[in-house]
Design a protein around this ligand. Sequence first.
Ligand code: FES
Length: 304
Amino acid sequence: MTIAQATADQAAQAVEETEPSFEDLARRVDDAVRAVAALEDPARRVADELKVAVEGIHRAGLVSIVRRMRAHPAARELLFELVDDPVVRLLFSLHGIIRPDPMTEANRVLVEVRPQLQSHGGDVQLVRIEDGVAYVRLEGACNGCSMSSVTLRNLVEQALVAGVASITSVQVLPTEPSPTLIPLEALRIGSDPAAEGWVKAMPSADVPVGGLSAAALTAAGGEQAEVIVVNVHNRLSAYVNECAHEGLPLDNAMIDIANGTLTCPWHGFCYDATSGECLSAPGAQLEQLPLRLDDGHVWVRIGS
Ligand code: FES
């Protein structure tokens, strides 16, 4: 490390140590908002106008930074990481640069009530949100017409309506029979997979349960595709690595195996991880690709 680098690092550390904490800043904002609300009308209008004007400048700068970073692969990676920072995420949400995702919000709410449901032998699965209605499936003790079942259902409904602004009511869907899972080893490939457009994508061990793996593939016929392979309870699915929203890559998507969903890290579009159906925007869909397993490897067909 050079002396100049060491000095720069020390300076950066000193700045970091003297920066106020996020909690202090948030408290300061809350205090200022309360003080503005207590002003006489004309003064309050001036203060509000000042706030809108300053926020407008900040938003314009942030939009410009995000656009430039998205245009360069290395900077885009960094942007992915930044969006994971809660403060940056909050800032982007406040300025409308990333959309809050109701599915993610609702799942967070359900994480809070789930221990109570499970302590009574029940559980809940969020299926989708449409036009303000949250569709859920209830399991175990949450089903039925006993007093405790009704109480548990009410608990889910109240938590979702109170905790997610865009949810106005909750509908319970009939319980589905559990899908039959096909053991990975049972799926075998034909004699000449490459001639049929199959490409060896990755060792199946690279896609653990609840994870995903991305790969750039080229078929024997020259076709190319960026793909992701997702594993939900040992059910593997392959998709073209493009979100249906703005076509951005899904390498850093979040997989929720409890709900079987995949959430795009860019603006929070949420998908059924095993079918690619978009749960945030009905009609949108990830492009699914045929997938098979052979000799401990995942094969994806991208050619004809
Ligand atoms: S690119 Fe916008 S949600 Fe995925």
